[in-house]
Design a binder for this molecule. Structure first.
Ligand SMILES: NC(=O)c1ccc[n+]([C@@H]2O[C@H](COP(=O)([O-])OP(=O)(O)OC[C@H]3O[C@@H](n4cnc5c(N)ncnc54)[C@H](O)[C@@H]3O)[C@@H](O)[C@H]2O)c1
Ligand SMILES: *[C@@H]1O[C@H](CO)[C@@H](O)[C@H](O)[C@H]1NC(C)=O
Length: 465
């Protein structure tokens, strides 16, 4: 309430009144009139607080998680407006149409974060093979929402509906699960990005912790049948682990960023919902996913922007001069991993069903198994774009980034045949092809860019991921 402009104005008035009061008292002139002014300012404060409270009663109707989450993103529509767009007969018809699989044996999947990078590709792949898919996304402005809207249109052309909703919107999710008996949830909605956590920590708590709990609550207690949940954790949970390649058996108790800590918290929360409510839960630790329709905040994407527009890029090296490396994983490989995890997920068992044994709880690495120095990634981009990057090389600051990632994926290979097949040069070629078409950019010697100002600005935000 203190942030409301009206009340703060009245506090200022009150302070001003107090100042006047002291000054006038010291000169011992017209004490009575200053007394009146003081009383008037107190009265004004009370009236303004009252008006403010009366003006915002809807806040009281929603639980704090949703309020916190929507407050985290200023452009996000209020939950009040999303509340009036769902629930009608036309809405239900649209939802059912999108959710119905082509054949009775198909899955019925709720994809959260469906207008995101990974969510779009997974939704398309599921729909194309005949599964029913309903997407959900809050279209927040962490990066340019117009890219999210473009992905939504792409999905819409393929018959996938993406609802404008926050995972913390429990009334909407409750309604959604009443309309559709989802067999699976592919939960990809999250606040992503490592460095942004230093600027907006609460957005990570709202989406990755409170939002995860809100989703598990519905899946565990309301959904009938309980769906099997597959969700995105992150390679960042390995944090300061130095044993390589990263195996699911390694320590994950030393996160290097708040982002990593919220993903690690998610894995602990998953354990609880599996243990108490018999939810079938699979966590997937993605390793630096890249490709067409990717995330503008990630290094390969923002470097592409900067190389084209001639802006210098910043590369990091370790204190000892060692190169920063990433196990870059192409989106199509990650999609195969997500579908493999969905297909091998056992049904949830519900609580108190000891006879059927404990519900399934799994964690898998989904990486590429071959780390590449970030500088080499830049070299590939330079070649594809026909233009040299202006490079600044600095020592990696303590910003949450880790020096090295490398996945051991033998567990995912054993359990659902996960085997990455795209190397970085092949994958980046496909990314650049998409980029050039999407932004209408010419590459080669006379590079010019038709990119909108907004895209350039957003790319500056996070130089690497
Ligand atoms: N891309 C990677 O390299 C990578 C690596 C490790 C983990 N992950 C995880 O994979 C998942 C997908 O990542 P991505 O790269 O597609 O990111 P993304 O940001 O493109 O997609 C996430 C989507 O979720 C939406 N969203 C965020 N908070 C929400 C909320 N509270 N309610 C509803 N929607 C919300 C966003 O609008 C966005 O469209 C995330 O959980 C991310 O943390 C990604
Ligand atoms: C990869 O992980 C598996 C366990 O999932 C382990 O048996 C194997 O030894 C690991 N491989 C390497 C090269 O560390």
């Amino acid at each position: 309430m203190a942030s409301a402009p009206d009340t703060s104005k009245s506090f200022k008035l009150e302070r001003h009144g107090g100042y006047l009061l002291r000054r006038i008292n010291s000169t011992k002139v017209i004490a009575a009139s200053s007394h009146l002014l003081f009383r008037a300012s107190i009265l004004a404060t009370v009236v303004l607080i009252l008006l403010f409270t009366l003006h915002y009663p809807p806040l009281l109707l929603y639980h704090s998680g949703a309020a916190a989450s929507s407050a985290a993103h200023s452009n996000h529509r209020s939950l009040l407006s999303s509340a009036v767009t769902y629930g009608g007969a036309a809405w239900e018809r649209e939802v059912r149409r999108s959710a119905t699989p082509r054949s009775p044996s198909g899955l019925t999947v709720l994809v959260t974060g469906a207008a995101g990078f990974v969510g779009t590709h997974c939704s398309l792949a599921l729909k194309k093979r005949g599964d029913g898919v309903v997407g959900l996304d809050n279209f927040n402005s962490y990066y340019n929402p117009s890219l999210k809207r473009a992905r939504q249109s792409l999905l819409s052309r393929h018959g996938v509906l993406v609802l404008d909703a926050d995972i913390n919107d429990t009334p909407l999710l409750t309604k959604l699960f009443d309309v559709v008996p989802f067999s699976h949830v592919l939960h990809l909605a999250a606040q992503a990005g490592v460095r942004y956590a230093m600027r907006n920590p609460q957005s990570y708590v709202a989406s990755n912790v409170a939002g995860l709990v809100a989703l598990f609550e519905i899946a565990a207690k309301h959904a009938d049948p309980q769906p099997a949940v597959v969700w995105a954790s992150s390679s960042s949970v390995y944090g300061l682990n130095t044993a390589t390649p990263f195996s699911e058996l390694h320590r994950t108790d030393r996160p290097a960023s708040l982002y990593a800590a919220t993903k690690k918290a998610g894995e602990a929360i998953a354990h609880t919902y599996n243990h108490i409510y018999g939810l079938s839960i699979t966590g997937l630790r993605f390793f630096t996913v890249y490709g067409p329709w990717g995330r503008p905040d990630m290094a390969y994407f923002s470097f592409t922007n900067d190389i084209i527009s001639g802006k210098p890029i910043t590369l990091f090296r370790m204190q000892d001069g060692a190169a920063v490396q990433r196990d870059f994983t192409y989106i199509d490989d990650v999609v195969k991993g997500c579908l493999g995890a969905l297909d091998t997920a056992k049904p949830s068992t519900g609580s108190g069903s000891k006879k059927r044994g404990p519900a399934q709880l799994r964690v898998y690495n989904l990486g590429n198994t071959s780390p590449v120095p970030v500088a080499k990634m830049v070299g590939i981009l330079e070649e594809l774009l026909g233009k040299k990057a202006k490079k600044n090389v600095v020592t990696l600051p303590q910003n949450g980034d880790v020096p090295y990632t490398h996945a051991n994926v033998s567990l995912a290979e054993k359990d659902f045949g996960y085997r990455p097949t795209t190397d970085l040069a092949t994958g980046l070629k496909k990314f650049v092809k998409w980029y050039v078409e999407y932004y209408g950019v010419k590459t080669g010697n006379n590079v010019h860019s038709k990119m909108k100002k907004m895209e350039e600005k957003e790319a500056e935000e996070e130089a690497s991921a």
